[in-house]
Design a binder for this molecule. Structure first.
Ligand code: ADP
Ligand code: MG
Length: 266
């Protein structure tokens, strides 16, 4: 079964999509079988993966509404990960789901049909804590939170953590925090260092070791429809996302070892 990681933070522009796309590509380059789910009506992860969101049919909308089989909607990208495309229709799906039964479980149910084919599923969430994000948190094993090392970075983290608490209580007791990821980090910026120190103070070892630097190549790559390692594999951004993929893989091994040790005790 795949490990399912939701990339979420209700703040916009913090690097969720950049992280989801480039982590998917870096994990695929490390020979992991990866599915990226674009759950944001903006469809940025779809476009950044080189798939035209307007041509995506069926897309995540039909899948969530139970109108199309998930296998039919998934496409393979140039960077060798699979993609469940998303576009503006997701807004309609979210509205229609409001009145549906088991509305929070739709993504989980659909992913269960394909997760045996993948090692890792990454979900790029919209910048809200509404039903689409709740679907992601209900389906996920863990939550990866990109945090931009700038003004007001910590603002809003508490409402995200309140949502996590509520989801654990009512929908998904197993949900873990994979980690907080510092993004757009600039060593020359004192504020970035301050925010980084504050994060570590509040969240301790939940702050991932990998740090994503501010790097213009990361901002350019989406307009070419390419993850960073196809666009400029020697850039600092590409190297940082390869480092993050390594850290995520090591954590997975760590948790597998922990599970094996537990089994050995019984
Ligand atoms: P979100 O999905 O959280 O809204 P994005 O990943 O779309 O955030 O990033 C917001 C903007 O910042 C985009 O234009 C993106 O290209 C740019 N960006 C993201 N990460 C970096 C980075 N590390 N360095 C430079 N630009 C970045
Ligand atoms: Mg985004």
């Amino acid at each position: 079964m795949a490990r399912i990681i939701a990339v979420a933070n209700q703040k916009g522009g913090v690097g969720k999509t950049t992280t989801a796309v480039n982590l998917a590509a870096a994990l695929a380059a490390a020979k992991r079988k990866v599915l990226l789910v674009d759950l944001d009506p903006q469809g940025n992860a779809t476009m950044a993966s080189g798939v035209d969101k307007h041509d995506a049919s069926p897309s995540g909308c039909e899948v969530l509404l139970g109108e199309a089989a998930i296998e039919k909607a998934i496409v393979t990208t140039e960077a060798h990960y699979d993609l469940l495309p998303g576009n503006g229709d997701l807004t309609a799906a979210e509205l229609k789901l409001m009145d549906a039964l088991a509305r929070e479980n739709r993504l989980k149910e659909q992913l269960a049909k394909v997760s045996g084919k993948y090692d890792i599923v990454l979900i790029d969430c919209p910048p809200t804590l509404h039903l689409l994000t709740v679907n992601a948190l209900t389906a996920a094993n863990s939550l990866l939170v990109p945090v931009q090392c700038e003004y007001f970075a910590l603002e809003g983290l508490s409402s995200l953590l309140d949502t996590v608490k509520a989801v654990r209580q009512h929908l998904n007791p197993q949900l873990e925090i994979e980690g907080l990821l510092r993004t757009m980090y600039d060593v020359r910026n004192n504020l970035g260092n301050e925010v980084s120190a504050q994060l570590t103070q509040h969240f301790g070892d939940k702050v991932l070791r990998s740090i994503i630097p501010r790097n213009v190549r990361l901002a350019e790559a989406p307009s070419h429809g390419q993850p960073i390692h196809l666009y400029d594999r020697s850039s600092r951004g590409a190297i940082a996302y390869i480092g993050l993929a390594g850290e995520i893989i090591r954590r997975e091994r760590g948790s597998q070892a922990a599970v094996a040790a537990l089994h050995a005790m019984h």
